[in-house]
Design a protein around this ligand. Structure first.
Ligand SMILES: *Cc1c(COP(=O)(O)O)cnc(C)c1O
Length: 482
């Protein structure tokens, strides 16, 4: 029994296992105001202001709804620079869940990556991983290292229904560790692989990865930021783990890794982050960098309130009812879009529903930022803010040429417990309309292009007047509706 509720009428939809006790008012502005807002934002959804956004599906980072128990814990936080009991409570929880006694607090996930890369990666170091994340790669490269991605072909096949597209290519890992002996500071495995659509790996694949790392003496580092979704998929898709509890699967995963780090903006529905290990030597290499970059060792740049919320949130993540809400809503949204012919990544992963922008807008070339254009168009269509995960999110090659992304995705994140079923249905309706009018959508070009992490603050504009023409068609079809 997994607590699934079946419906008498035969319909299938996810059921919220929580009730809403605090609400925030939303506004939906007219389509003309949406065009003005996206233009003012340089056609970059990161630069939109929230008073023009109806459904903020940019990310699940730091915007998941917190529980009553998390908010209550924040009120009892122990405020002190050193020796805070809030930190001790967090250490008890992380030791209990992950079985790793050494805890380094950091202000968010990328700060953990800075510490890891600064402590362990040197010039010429090679870091193999199942797939990169933007900030991870930036930190490794900043320290003179490079990233090698060892995914399997299914990972980038948006039509493949493989349940574990996040798996490591373990044969390639074995070969690489032989070839680069002594040159690999660590191997990184990312849970719920962010940039390929929140796709998970299987516990079996992690076991093989871990065995190969141990054989070659390379530490295995887990990026557990999106672990909650990966846990859900292991339990529901990996036959051998069906009978295991979330807590048991988590402990098994942690035991296979030498270092576990995460962004608590995602894992645990709080803020902040942490690095965990049971290896004293690794701990001692990283520890001196915490006071340098983050803060004293018992807060690491976080407020003690965040630390309390994280401790309770991690504990709540061990509840299957809690972690299934995200993937079930995402799967519902993907199925509804799929049924209307809209190209989505299937099977649905965690984190959010991912639109396949190249199939949605085949006439917009990658160097006109297919997924970026779709992000702007979805905002115009419905005030829904998504995030481009494609060529815009890449950095240029050293010679200045574009590094074209493997996939052009528009991610519509579903922060946990934030949106209702009818809001998801509204988003589906507006995206369906946009798909029927996709020929109106054109590309984007730069007006200001930053050198580092350009997708965050870069400004672009529409090639031609397609944004106004899209709004005019909306008016024609919807009359005076918002
Ligand atoms: C978000 C994220 C990070 C970075 O965490 P921040 O808290 O945003 O700095 C690292 N890895 C993965 C997989 C993420 O999703």
């Amino acid at each position: 029994m997994d607590g699934q509720v079946k419906f008498f009428g035969g319909a299938a939809f996810p059921l919220e296992m929580h009730k809403v006790r605090i609400v925030q008012k939303l506004t939906l502005v007219s389509v003309e105001e949406r065009v003005a807002a996206i233009r003012e934002a340089g056609s970059n959804t990161f630069l939109l202001k929230n008073d023009k956004v109806f459904l903020d599906m940019l990310t699940d980072s730091g915007v998941n709804a917190m529980s009553d128990r998390q908010l209550a814990a924040m009120m009892t936080a122990d405020d002190s620079y050193a020796g805070s009991m809030s930190f001790e409570r967090l250490r008890t929880v992380t030791q209990d869940i992950f079985g790793k006694p050494f805890l380094l607090p950091v202000h968010q996930g990328r700060a953990a990556e800075n510490i890891l890369a600064s402590a362990l990666v040197g010039k010429g170091g090679v870091v193999p991983m199942n797939y990169h994340f933007t900030t991870t790669r930036a930190h490794i490269e900043r320290n003179g290292g490079s990233v090698v991605e060892l995914f399997l072909p299914e990972a980038l096949n948006l039509d493949s229904t493989d349940p574990f597209k996040g798996n490591m290519d373990t044969a390639a890992l074995d070969a690489l560790l032989k070839r680069e002996a002594g040159n690999v500071p660590f191997v990184r495995m990312e849970a719920g692989t962010n940039l390929i659509g929140g796709q998970p790996w299987s516990l079996e694949n992690l076991e093989r990865t871990s065995e190969i790392c141990r054989r070659h003496g390379a530490p295995l580092v887990l990026d557990a930021s999106l672990l909650a979704d990966n846990l859900y998929f292991i339990k529901t898709r990996e036959a051998a783990q069906r009978g295991a509890t979330i807590r048991e699967i988590t402990r098994r995963i942690a035991d296979l890794c030498d270092i576990v780090y995460f962004s608590a903006r995602k894992l645990g529905c709080a803020r902040g982050g942490a690095i965990l290990t049971a290896d004293r030597a690794l701990f001692e290499r990283m520890q001196p960098l915490i006071p340098l970059f983050e803060g004293f060792l018992t807060y690491g740049g976080m407020s003690v309130r965040e630390i309390e919320a994280m401790a309770v949130g991690l504990e709540e993540t061990m509840d299957f009812d809690m972690i299934r809400h995200g993937p079930e809503f995402i799967s519902f949204m993907a199925d509804e879009l799929d049924a209307r012919g809209v190209p989505v990544v299937k099977p649905a992963g965690g984190l959010g529903c991912h639109l396949n922008a190249r199939a949605f807008l085949p006439h917009v070339p990658q160097n006109r930022y297919t997924a970026g254009a779709l992000a702007a168009a979805v905002f115009i269509a419905g005030g829904v803010r998504g995030m481009e995960r494609g060529t815009l999110s890449e950095e240029r090659n050293e010679d200045g040429s574009e590094r074209l992304a493997d996939a052009e995705l528009l991610r519509l994140a579903l922060p946990r417990r934030v949106f209702t079923m009818s809001q998801v249905k509204y988003a589906v309706d507006r995206i369906h309309w946009l798909f029927e009018n996709r020929n109106l959508v054109g590309g984007l070009e730069w007006t200001e292009e930053p050198k580092i992490l350009r997708f965050f603050s870069g400004r672009l504009k529409a090639v031609g007047d397609w944004q106004d023409r899209l709004a005019a068609k909306f008016r024609e079809d919807f009359g005076d509706s918002l």
